[in-house]
Design a protein around this ligand. Sequence first.
Ligand code: CP
Length: 351
Amino acid sequence: MQDLISMRSISWQDAGGILRDSAKMEQLLKNPKKCAHILENRVIANMFFEASTRTSLSFQAAAMRLGAKTLVFSSKSSSAAKGESFSDTIRMADGYSDAIVLRHPCEGAAQLASEIARHPVINAGDGANQHPTQTLIDLYTIRKLKGKIAGVKVALFGDLLHARTMHSLLFGLLMFKAEVTAISPKELSMPSALIREAERKFCVKIPCMARPELKNTDILYVCRVQKERFSDPKKAEVAARAFRVDAQLLKSAKKDMAILHPLPKVAEITAEVDLDPRAKYFEQAKNGVPVRMAILSRCILGKGKPIRQKSAPRSFACKNPSCILQAESANQRGVIGADNIVRCRYCEKPA
Ligand code: CP
């Protein structure tokens, strides 16, 4: 595997390999000297064009644990603030480092960077599209908590329209045969094209509901309302107030249900829930270090292969206003997914 861009383009073998390597990394971390040579003398560029705490810090920690050095970039204090193009910025980072970890507000930025850079590119979140490294952490956490992923009943709960963590996780869970239910206010439901794609690709039916029903749930996966992706912030506040996890809601849930959240959490989980033994989100965030160690070493040391998607035979113009192609020029190409739908090669939105 060289790049890690999307849960659409990672194979089941690679994803499974990363989960196995993550368990080994977690063991090695008990005696950190044992892993400090794995990426010795390598330089990793952490390119964050959008705010982050966990992804940025845990990638830095992972790189350091493996013996690599990191370059830390912030768009506010770089020449991007003077108007330097994204493509030129990536060319610079590629020249200075052995791998690029990229977070960007535009969908498709990671795919475009991977076509510009000679070194591996790891998608650390591109707009509302994908967050594959978070998904691998989530899968690792579920397997650690429940001993398996297949057959585990997972309820995705919250802003399923905008949250890239949910869009990635849907594919990751179905790839490993979990049973998924989508619970959200109607106006924040999972994009129907995404649901259709996942249902066709994995031959499943995904129940979607507007009211939480947690009686049989093994994992309640919550995300915050993504205010930054709303055109009207007032609508975001109304949605956030209506959908909240509190002690009352948890009364109907199983005693061994686990509550996960990619974090940051704002008001969607009340403070009392932090004290509930079922709240596992801080443990989940801690798993970010061994999982990102596994991802960095696999991408840089080159194990595995990405899935090659078929190019669409006709020309393609992406209409998604959040796609990186609206700001940067690139060859507009479509690809055909496993469900035979033509999508933008960059933001992965259907034509
Ligand atoms: N889960 C996650 O991506 O958190 P950050 O935005 O803090 O990186």
